[in-house]
Design a binder for this molecule. Structure first.
Ligand code: MRU
Length: 362
């Protein structure tokens, strides 16, 4: 299990005016801590993916607003920074959730705006750890059941992208059930999709599973269907950047194809999500969720080690036209269930409302 104390974002211990993150662009070849001094630094860290993963994007935006308040402790200053931060990445709804939460704080009366925002940014992080713990506690039961059915033989989980510790504050969402299974002594192994173009699977998920000593194997993105046909996958668990009120799920590009292959092979396909990733205002994911398109260079170039040094190389002809959609939407009908911090439910409006009845009239 990831160390209880592991965190992906924190205030610099000897200088509380600085927020520190792990620069995920350079993993697994280098572990580099990066300082955020201004809200603009937080904006760059989100847009250029020093940090990524829906919950961590939200937490970074919240800390960004703390940095904004340090520079300009007025409601107008914080709001201007928040509105700019909202443009940094469009798909993960945690960004809007976190910014709107801080805005509510700005509007409420009370003294010392900076300290109020600092406390709430910290609370968002602490709550995320507890939410991931809840996802782990509920999700592990699915893996325990498969293990019982297989008389203790290895449970093979397939995951896409990185919905692990690095995408959250600790434990992750899709990886939380795996860490809890490992802790319980369940024999578990993870198939890690490489996740082109940015390789969050090979560069981040493989890195964090190795550090937690979870058995895992890296595969190319197109291998999943083959593994499923040959009985080598017991369950698919991925994360999500935004889940609609009706249970449609946006996640890293390629997730939809995994869901189709899982359905064709009768393999359970689960999504692990914190409630902060539910967009209660949308219903039809394909029509309503904005899908981020990113720099074509993420497709034409690849980052790795060459002769002992990190390097970025172009793999395509310079003139090749490229499109780079970062996410796709898996319709609820292909999702076996949603693993949340409050329990597991059907991917439907009724399923979600049973767990979150307070949202019935929202
Ligand atoms: O582009 P990224 O790396 O931010 O995409 C991340 C994902 O798709 C994750 O699966 C999702 O954010 C869930 S993170 C718990």
């Amino acid at each position: 299990m990831t160390a209880e104390t592991f965190r992906t974002i924190w205030q610099k211990p000897d200088d509380p005016s600085v927020v520190q993150i792990i620069d995920q662009r350079v993993l697994p070849h280098e572990y580099r801590v990066h300082d955020l001094h201004t809200w603009q630094d937080a904006d760059t860290a989100i847009a250029d993916m020093y940090v990524r993963g829906a919950p961590l994007i939200g937490a970074t935006a919240a800390w960004g607003l703390y940095l904004a308040a340090l520079a300009d402790p007025t409601s107008a200053g914080v709001r201007a920074a928040g509105n700019a931060l909202l443009q940094s990445r469009p798909t993960a709804v945690n960004l809007r959730w976190a910014v709107e939460r801080i805005f509510r704080l700005v509007d409420a009366s009370g003294d010392d705006l900076v300290e109020r925002i600092r406390r709430d940014a910290q609370a968002i992080c602490d709550e995320d750890v507890e939410i991931s713990r809840g996802i782990g506690e509920h999700g592990v039961e699915l893996l325990a059941e498969i293990s019982r059915r297989k008389s203790g033989e290895t449970v093979n989980v397939l995951t896409h992208c990185n919905a692990g510790s690095l995408a959250t504050i600790n434990y992750g969402t899709a990886t939380a059930p795996v860490y809890f299974a490992q802790h319980r002594g369940i024999d578990v192994h993870v198939w890690v999709d490489e996740t082109r173009p940015r390789n969050q699977g090979s560069q981040l998920t493989a890195w964090e599973l190795a550090r937690s000593e979870v058995p895992h194997t890296l595969i190319v993105d197109n291998a999943g269907g083959h593994l499923m046909q040959h009985g080598l996958v017991d369950i698919v668990i991925t994360g999500t950047d935004r889940t609609t009120r009706c249970g449609d799920v946006a996640n890293k590009i390629g997730t939809y194809l995994k869901a189709l292959a899982a359905r064709d092979n009768d393999i359970p396909f689960y999504i692990a999500l914190p409630s902060t990733t539910i967009d209660w205002n949308t219903r039809d994911g394909v029509k309503e969720i904005p899908i981020e398109e990113r720099d074509p260079e993420e497709v034409s170039h690849i980052y790795g080690m060459v002769d002992g040094k990190t390097a970025r190389v172009r793999t395509t002809e310079e003139a090749t036209p490229i499109s780079n959609f970062a996410f796709d939407v898996t319709p609820a009908r292909l999702v076996t269930g949603l693993i949340t911090e409050r329990g597991i439910c059907e991917a439907s409006e009724e399923g979600l409302l049973e767990l979150f009845p307070e949202m019935r009239d929202a």
